[in-house]
Design a binder for this molecule. Structure first.
Ligand SMILES: Cc1cc2nc3c(=O)[nH]c(=O)nc-3n(C[C@H](O)[C@H](O)[C@H](O)COP(=O)(O)OP(=O)(O)OC[C@H]3O[C@@H](n4cnc5c(N)ncnc54)[C@H](O)[C@@H]3O)c2cc1C
Length: 327
């Protein structure tokens, strides 16, 4: 674990494709389940973990965890900018109290934490994990999506899986867990398109200085999408993590958990994907999407810019045709 200061931009030391050997862990994780093993490692040393979870209002917030039960809420990517709340100060208090800390977040959140700790000259044991990051959608649009689904389904949203793998990792879909049960339909799926088509990422994501292989964190985690091309036999459609080790501390932590995984060591060329090379470009329709949202609200925007609108038109046409046929 790293002693602070000094600040440094770590380089890449080793890169792996990793699959957790416990299938239950992998099924609940976005990719190969590396994050869960890191939590177990740090908690086993008496440490604490910071990550992103949903709060009761389904906002995405950062929080502190001291048990695996609490860490379970961090599992699974939430494709929304998380609210850091007072977590930076809590990390500092934990470090000052001599606790080991695992902090996970987007690259900019890890860089923000490190700047905060450096400015306050905090010294302690910190392991940082960041993500290969496509960009984070606006919390305002996410809140609008939550309100839209709850109103349409006349039911409360209890949980949301942005990457449900029940139909396979390659065909993962959005699933909303309502108090009436889990659903995945064209309304829920609209947010997948809002995210994937880059309509509502934060403007800063499009000029992100961390969209590169070198990172501020000790370890970078991502989905290893190159597995099908480079190692098709390793791809069982249940999720493979990309693990990029940047520092001695990251390397030591990963060596301590590596027995939990099937692993392949990768070259830089085998791991590259777009967010490791350049920021995600905005959709050419980004401004029009926001205009539609401001003028007519969330449903008007997704009706115009996602397949939600097309599916509604087809359903309406079918209903009209059936009515005419029956009359
Ligand atoms: C907004 C976002 C964009 C991403 N874009 C890509 C991408 O383009 N390519 C790619 O390969 N991988 C991307 N990832 C990472 C990927 O989805 C997995 O999170 C990663 O592979 C780790 O998977 P895992 O199975 O080890 O653990 P998981 O259990 O899936 O990991 C969850 C981890 O992500 C953190 N996390 C979840 N949501 C957020 C959030 N909103 N803000 C900050 N931290 C969060 C949790 O604290 C925890 O550390 C993205 C993740 C996020 C959150």
């Amino acid at each position: 674990m790293e002693r602070y200061p000094p600040w440094k931009w770590p380089t890449v030391m080793r890169i792996f494709a990793a699959k957790h050997l416990d299938e239950t862990v992998r099924s609940k994780s976005t990719s190969g389940g590396v994050f869960v093993a890191l939590c177990e490692y740090v908690l086993g040393l008496g440490g604490v973990v910071y990550g992103a979870r949903f709060d009761q209002a389904m906002r995405v917030v950062h929080d502190r965890a001291v048990s695996m039960d609490e860490c379970a809420r961090f599992s699974g990517s939430k494709y929304v900018q998380s609210d850091m709340g007072s977590c930076y100060r809590l990390v500092r208090e934990d470090m000052q109290a001599g606790r080991r800390v695992l902090f996970s977040g987007t690259p900019c959140q890890v860089a923000g934490l490190r700047s905060f700790l450096e400015l306050s000259r905090t010294v302690g044991n910190l392991l940082t994990v960041d993500l290969v990051c496509h960009g984070v959608p606006s919390p305002m649009i996410w809140a609008a999506h939550v309100g839209f689904i709850q109103a349409a389904e006349r039911s409360s949203l209890l949980d949301y899986r942005f990457r449900d793998k029940s139909a396979g990792w390659h065909r993962s879909r959005h699933v909303a867990v309502m108090d009436r049960g889990a659903i995945s339909n064209h309304r829920v799926d609209a947010f997948r398109e809002v995210f994937n088509f880059n309509y509502a990422l934060r403007p800063s994501c499009h000029v992100c200085p961390f969209a590169r292989l070198d990172r501020v964190a000790d370890i970078t985690l991502g989905d290893y999408w190159g597995v099908g091309q480079h190692f098709p036999d390793f791809d069982d459609n249940r999720g493979v993590s990309l693990v990029i080790l940047h520092s001695e501390d990251g390397s030591a932590a990963f060596d301590a958990i590596r027995d939990h995984f099937s692993l392949i060591e990768l070259s830089v060329e085998q791991c590259l994907q777009q967010p490791l090379q350049a920021p995600t470009p905005p959709s050419p329709q980004r401004a029009a999407f926001w205009r539609a949202y401001r003028q007519g609200g969330y449903e008007a925007a997704i009706r115009r810019f996602t397949s939600y609108g097309l599916i509604r038109r087809i359903a309406r046409g079918l209903r009209r045709a059936i009515r005419e046929f029956m009359s």
